[in-house]
Design a protein around this ligand. Structure first.
Ligand SMILES: NC(=O)c1ccc[n+]([C@@H]2O[C@H](COP(=O)([O-])OP(=O)(O)OC[C@H]3O[C@@H](n4cnc5c(N)ncnc54)[C@H](OP(=O)(O)O)[C@@H]3O)[C@@H](O)[C@H]2O)c1
Length: 224
């Protein structure tokens, strides 16, 4: 398995920390990013405690993290996303930039997908940094499962979308760290318009049935 150096922007939040933990456990080198290097260091310590002290995890500010890695994961809220991506633009040229950002709203009737001017958060990031190789993935994994479940989340699939074939192939492989299988190539980046708001459906199901639901694609056959 190829081992990558992965920067997790917003790595102090539950989703970034959960994915970082899975990547570190699978042998990837992880650099957590935050607006505060101190918070990133604290989150790195939490992951080290959980993954084992020898796991290759460190914490720095977002810009240093993005600069240091070839694969950069955006794990920040949609609110503030555009400004953050803009601020990191000089560090992201040529990099595989993965977005798990779900632009969601919540009201009395529950969760729903927000109307995003660019179509999706992933396409917004691509517009802001045309030099980056955008990939959408990891939208449907729940942070508590990533952090708490002992084994692989092998009952779930990771759907991956993107227009850059090589970058998408990297992320399809990275999905192994979470599910034990390659991710599912779902198609072009514009399909993030469908993948991101689908999370609202999962959250709604979770509330209704008191579960942590996920996505598994039927009909692919025994891939591995
Ligand atoms: N939570 C889940 O189960 C889940 C599942 C699938 C996808 N996602 C998606 O993953 C992303 C992260 O989710 P989360 O629950 O981890 O989010 P979160 O806790 O709200 O935010 C993650 C981190 O982003 C940073 N941040 C917050 N506001 C920011 C701003 N305006 N500008 C720059 N950085 C900011 C914070 O880090 P610092 O203060 O340390 O900078 C925070 O710890 C979201 O887009 C969410 O839709 C979440």
């Amino acid at each position: 398995m190829t081992s990558y150096k992965i920067a997790v922007i917003g790595g102090t939040g539950p989703q970034g920390k959960g994915l970082a933990y899975r990547f570190a456990r699978a042998g990837h080198t992880v650099v957590l990013g935050s607006r505060s290097a101190e918070r990133a260091e604290q989150a790195a310590t939490e992951i080290l405690r959980r993954a084992g002290d020898t796991a290759p995890v460190s914490g720095v500010d977002n810009a240093t993290a993005a600069e240091s890695a070839d694969v950069v994961l955006l794990a920040v809220p949609y609110d503030g996303h555009a400004a953050l991506v803009e601020s990191l633009r000089p560090r992201l040229a040529g990099k595989t930039l993965v977005s798990c950002v779900n632009p969601l709203g919540f009201d009395r009737r529950g969760p729903y997908g927000l109307d995003v001017p660019d179509g999706s958060a992933a396409e917004e990031a691509q517009r802001i940094v045309p030099e980056a190789r955008l990939v959408g993935a990891f939208h449907h994994l729940s942070a508590p499962s990533l952090w708490n479940q002992a084994g692989l989340l092998d009952h779930e699939d990771v759907l991956v979308c993107g227009d850059d074939t090589e970058a998408k192939a990297v992320v399809v492989e990275l999905a192994r760290a979470v599910t034990g299988r390659p991710g599912v190539d779902a198609g072009a980046l514009r399909l993030a318009r469908q993948l991101e708001p689908l999370t609202a459906v999962l959250i709604s199901v979770n509330k209704r049935y008191k579960v942590r639901s996920g996505i598994r694609v039927a009909g692919l056959g025994p891939k591995e």
